[in-house]
Write a protein that binds this ligand. Structure first.
Ligand SMILES: Cc1ncc(COP(=O)(O)O)c(C=O)c1O
Length: 427
């Protein structure tokens, strides 16, 4: 491929298949556990983390590497590591940095599963989290910090509260504390928002959502920005001190801009086994080919639906950051100028009971536990994705009892409107 920089290049970036004539146009599916070598010295090189070749699919696979390179390119990062799910991407991005006794700061406007991971499971492992209101001042973020604080975590576009992150404030806080800022960019996708260009250090995704886009496979990815200085303050011995499980390697010294990713692969994928399968990497790679087009259409349809629902006599309120007058409208214009993605929420008149009737009456739109599909989907978070949280925690995370989340698909907008209208009339 030429060196020309394209605005949004979805063309293949093939690990191991680069710039040679006669190579496949899409990645081959390397449905293989292992790879044959002829010289034990080459295998030894792989075990010493000196080899770009693959040896065992729990750690590396040619198809998965194609996806990793493509996502790193789309997000503008130095490297990426794919994982079995968005949840494992969140877990390993934190576990690669924090040990028992460490602490981190997270926005409380998070996907329910991530909130639970931080609030329950990571605490069991001795990693403590302070949740903050992401709309407070920078002083609130700084006040939550302790000497053992190792990172800050937030979602660019919160699921399902649809909060838009003030990147400026969060990246200033992270720089002041000299800790990395990790951003879950799942709902926005790199087609609408590129957090590494807005001050983030690491980006994660549930690729299950818009990256795949067709509800065909679960997956996750961690993208490294490459500019964070892990040696600055002595807070990250796992990056700077010798790793005894790899003959005393110092990851940052040896791998520099890719140190975080090499450590993720060598320690997290090795020990936790949360690798992405080659088939899922292939399907996700295919999904990415149309990401920019889908996100444009999702955003256009969602904005039209938000306006339609706002004016509908059977709704109480609508939340969509692209809708004029929304609390996050200004932040959305600043950080998501190309579109605000396909997810919106609204409250049906008559609360939870009316909401249930509405969900049952839908025909085109499906009731599924998912967002980011090309097909329009609906869900009631209070009784599903966020049901483990107390009512108070739900309200704090922006989940009202009557809230219905809609993932607006790419169908004809008139068909979606008609379906919602007939269902609302049946209440
Ligand atoms: C913003 C966000 N992050 C992470 C996840 C978890 O991803 P997965 O279901 O792929 O594990 C989800 C799932 O809905 C999500 O919406």
């Amino acid at each position: 491929m030429s060196e020309k920089k394209y605005k949004f290049n979805t063309d293949c970036v093939h690990a191991g298949y680069k710039a040679e004539s006669g190579q496949p146009q899409t990645p081959p599916i390397a449905q293989s556990t292992t790879y044959r070598y002829y010289d034990p010295a080459d295998v030894a090189e792989w075990f010493d983390l000196n080899s770009p070749t693959c040896a065992y699919t729990r750690l590396d696979n040619p198809t998965v590497k194609c996806l990793e390179e493509k996502m790193a390119a789309l997000e503008g990062g130095s490297a990426a590591i794919a994982a079995s799910a968005g949840m494992s991407a969140a877990l390993i991005s934190i576990f690669n940095i924090c040990n028992a006794g460490d602490h981190f700061i997270a926005s409380k406007s998070l996907y329910g599963g991530t909130y639970n991971l931080f609030d329950v499971t990571l605490r069991k492992m001795g990693i403590d989290c302070t949740f903050i209101d992401q709309d407070g001042g920078i002083e609130d973020i700084l006040a939550a910090a302790r000497p053992e604080t190792k990172l800050i975590f937030a979602e660019s576009l919160g699921n399902p509260a649809l909060t838009v992150l003030d990147f400026d404030k969060f990246s200033r806080a992270a720089k002041t504390l000299e800790v990395p800022l990790i951003i879950d960019n799942t709902l926005a996708s790199p087609a609408l928002c590129r957090p590494l260009l807005l001050g983030a250090d690491i980006v994660i995704h549930s690729t299950t959502k818009y990256c795949d886009g067709h509800a065909s496979c679960v997956g996750g990815i961690v993208v490294e920005g490459g500019d964070f200085d892990w040696s600055k303050n002595g807070k990250y011995p796992g990056m700077t001190e010798p790793d005894e499980s790899y003959h005393g390697i110092r990851f940052y010294e040896k791998y520099g801009k890719m140190a975080f990713s090499v450590k993720l692969r060598a320690q997290m994928l090795r020990d936790l086994g949360c690798a992405m399968s080659p088939m899922n990497a292939y399907l996700t790679w295919q999904g990415l080919q149309t990401l920019h087009l889908r996100m444009e259409r999702h955003s256009k349809n969602a904005l039209a639906m938000a306006g339609f629902l706002k004016d509908h006599p059977m709704t109480d309120w609508v939340t969509y950051p692209g809708l004029y007058g929304d609390k996050y409208y200004d932040l959305a214009k600043k950080y998501l100028p190309k579109g605000q993605s396909g997810v919106l929420s609204f409250g049906v008149k008559g609360g939870r009971e009316a909401g249930e009737k509405f969900l049952k009456a839908l025909d085109l739109a499906s009731l599924v536990v998912h967002v980011g599909d090309v097909r329009t989907c609906v869900l009631h978070p209070a009784s599903s994705t966020h049901r483990q949280m107390s009512l108070e925690d739900q309200i704090n995370a922006g989940i009202k009892p009557e809230l219905i989340r809609v993932s607006v698909g790419i169908e004809d907008i008139e068909d979606i409107k008609e379906d919602f209208d007939q269902a609302l009339k049946k209440i």
